[in-house]
Design a protein around this ligand. Structure first.
Ligand code: PMP
Length: 393
């Protein structure tokens, strides 16, 4: 009779568990490479100066907190679209809807794709742990292909292209725009053009997960491959997260954008997304989007934000260069950490050794061996690598 008691026990999020274990560890030399947020050299994830200033401005000028509607703030959507896609997108019509974070955008996109029961979504592995769960939760059939070879620290481009060539027309393909989670692996511009051609020829629908723009090579550079694809294909979907690029994690700020050839069909599709929003969370949280709009619309705040984002990227690149050398001494392939991008790299290490590393050296990472390179201080990298090296497989 007890309904709640009859429910299946859900496993706690392993990353949250890891955070709790880290917090409870009394050792002063402990290091957290597990958490998926940017850290500065002092180990903090600060509020950006541009964001603080935008919040101040909002506090002074906001006249009402009345409802805004399931599609969110049009000023935010327009400003974010110009920032993310720039001028160059083949003049293709675009339409967007504000969402609770990148996750909310992925979920809405998944709902739409799941309307056609014959459709599969192709996902390269390994990928962000939540991807498969999101698509499974809407009943979309998931098909996987190998994207990355951990031992070789290399993208399996040929395997990827062959998979896309053999996918059925109408199938969707999930692509990470830049700074791949969890591998850091980057595709070349030629790879992106090949992907674009196959998607177009085969009538596939690309869904981009764009969660780290600006933390790889640069704001414009990070989107170049995605825009090649958007320009080439008939229709495309993009889930944008402002969590990392504006350091707005808990404000749940993001958007889903659709590209197609006719504004009328895009409006219809956005209407469908809005109706999913209406029955799940009604409308997106406003504060984070208002901050992003205020930042991007004000030239001086925009410059401050661009500088802060560049500072984050520069720090990541510096860490990667030092880490490439330090880890490369243990495995030559790990020098690729230097050419990988964004916060994550995936070490060749087994779960058993991950646990030993944690108990013996106080170095924390999830069982997968994913490390957030921003969890290290430049001056500690050599010693961190010395401690991790012997545990690599
Ligand atoms: N996609 C990827 C690849 C991510 O790593 C994350 C965040 N960890 C997200 C999407 C979702 O971000 P958000 O917090 O904006 O929902």
């Amino acid at each position: 009779t007890a309904f709640f008691d009859s429910l299946t026990e859900q496993k706690p999020d392993p990353l949250l568990e890891l955070i709790a274990k880290f917090a409870a560890d009394p050792r002063p030399g402990k290091i957290d490479l597990g958490v998926g947020v940017y850290r500065d050299e002092t180990g903090r994830t600060p509020v950006m100066k541009a964001v603080k200033a935008a919040e101040h401005h909002l506090w002074e000028t906001q006249q009402s907190k009345s409802y805004i509607g399931p599609e969110g703030d049009p000023v935010f959507l327009r400003a974010l679209a110009s920032e993310v896609f720039g001028e160059r997108r083949g003049g293709k019509p675009v339409a967007g809807i504000q969402t609770p974070g990148g996750t909310g955008a992925l979920r809405l996109a998944a709902e739409l794709l799941a309307l056609d029961k014959r459709r599969k979504i192709w996902i390269g592995t390994p990928t962000w742990v939540n991807h498969q769960a999101i698509f499974a939760s809407v009943g979309l059939e998931i098909a996987t292909y190998r994207f990355f070879d951990i031992e070789k620290q290399a993208v399996l481009v040929d395997e990827m292209l062959t998979t896309l060539r053999n996918a059925a027309p109408g199938d969707a393909v999930l692509l990470q725009t830049s700074c791949h989670n969890p591998t850091g692996a980057a595709l070349s511009r030629q790879n992106w053009r090949d992907i674009a051609d196959i998607i177009a020829a085969n009538g596939l629908i690309p869904l981009f997960d764009n969660a780290y723009q600006g933390l790889g090579r640069g704001r414009v550079e990070d989107a170049a491959g995605m825009i090649d694809v958007i320009e080439t294909v008939a229709e495309a979907m993009v889930a944008v997260s402002c969590s990392k690029s504006f350091s707005l994690y808990r404000e749940r700020t993001g958007a889903a954008y659709l590209f197609g050839d006719r504004q009328a069909s895009l409006s219809k599709a956005i209407g469908n997304l809005a109706s999913y929003a209406r029955t799940s969370y009604s409308m997106p949280p406003a504060h984070g989007a208002a901050i992003v709009a205020a930042t991007l619309e004000d030239p001086s705040l925009q410059r401050t934000w661009v500088d802060e984002l560049s500072e984050m990227r520069t720090r990541i690149v510096e860490i990667r260069q030092a880490a490439a050398e330090a880890f490369g001494q243990f495995r030559a392939e790990l020098t690729n950490i230097g050419s990988q991008e964004g916060m994550f790299s995936l070490l060749p290490i087994c779960p058993e050794n991950v646990r030993q590393l944690r108990s013996e050296h106080g170095i924390y990472m999830p069982d997968s061996g994913r490390i957030n390179v921003a969890g290290m201080r430049v001056r500690d990298i050599a010693s961190v690598a010395e401690r991790i090296g012997p545990y690599l497989t």
